[in-house]
Design a binder for this molecule. Structure first.
Ligand code: NAP
Length: 241
């Protein structure tokens, strides 16, 4: 490879995505840091990465918006080395018990996760094939594996992402492109602020996970130590079944 490829992390203005961007920057990847609305938070992550000696550009767009993704990718791809690492991390919750779940809650969650996956991955796979190297990591959830009350939309989206991971990994295995999913349990971010503290009792390790612990796993999967791992769904959950 002429240049070290860049890493695009979606939903990286805070939480798990911010930790992943920080970790991959420390691994020497130039980062394209996507976010949707939290500009101040994204700027803070950018500054932290730069203070640590890393390199990052911000890319504000909604991953569920196909036209916005296409326009952003056009600019991104015209201005630097190819994207070799794609972390589909952007995600939202809109919990409700199913009888009262409205269409907006269904669509926001499924479109962010599944259309977001399609809009970016579909466009970035061909350059990875040309490069004969790539790493695609999809941030799913334990909810996509075992389900969760109040999360029919989120579980459906995250389970769909696992199906997409498995099928795409089969298509790309011969091309030195790995495709894996990570299924976190409870990770201490804004997303779980409404989760009651008693939830900790259901976790065998009796604590929530930290975003940096997920980021360490991403760094490993991206590294040359993980070249033979593809099509997997890796749990990171303190033992929560
Ligand atoms: P978070 O703290 O709420 O952060 C979510 C990030 O996604 C933010 O940067 C947000 O950007 C971005 N985002 C949301 N919708 C977007 C869109 N349409 N386009 C672009 N960016 C968008 O959540 P988190 O806990 O870090 O979650 C990260 C991922 O891990 C999600 O996929 C989530 O489902 C998954 N996950 C989390 C947990 C957990 O316990 N925290 C467990 C399992 C899985 P803006 O703020 O700028 O809009």
């Amino acid at each position: 490879m002429a240049h070290k490829p860049r890493a695009l992390v979606t939903g990286a203005s805070k939480g798990i995505g911010a930790a992943i961007a920080t970790s991959l920057a420390a691994d020497g990847f130039e980062i394209v840091l996507n976010f949707r609305s939290s500009q101040d938070a994204a700027l803070r992550v950018k500054e932290q990465i730069e203070v640590a000696g890393g390199s990052v550009v911000l890319a504000q767009f909604d991953v569920a918006d196909a036209d916005a993704c296409a326009a952003a990718l056009k600019t991104i791809m015209a201005n630097g080395p190819p994207i070799g690492v794609l972390v589909n991390n952007a995600g939202v919750v809109a919990d409700a018990s199913f009888p009262i779940m409205n269409r907006k809650a269904w669509e926001t969650v499924t479109r962010t996760t599944l259309d977001g996956f399609f809009n970016l991955t579909n466009a970035l796979v061909t350059p990875m094939i040309r490069m004969k190297w790539g790493r695609i990591i999809n941030i799913s959830s334990i909810s996509g594996l075992v389900g969760n009350r109040g999360q029919v939309n989120y579980s459906a989206a995250k389970a769909g992402l696992i199906g997409a991971t498995r099928s795409l990994s089969l298509e790309l295995a011969k091309r030195k492109i790995t495709v894996n999913a990570i299924a976190p349990g409870f990770i201490e971010t804004d997303m779980i602020t409404s989760v009651p503290a008693e939830a900790i009792r259901s976790i065998p390790m009796r604590r929530f996970g930290q975003p940096s612990e997920v980021a360490d796993l991403v760094s490993f999967l991206v590294s040359e130590r993980a070249t033979y791992i593809t099509g997997q769904v890796i749990g990171i959950n303190g033992g929560l079944a």
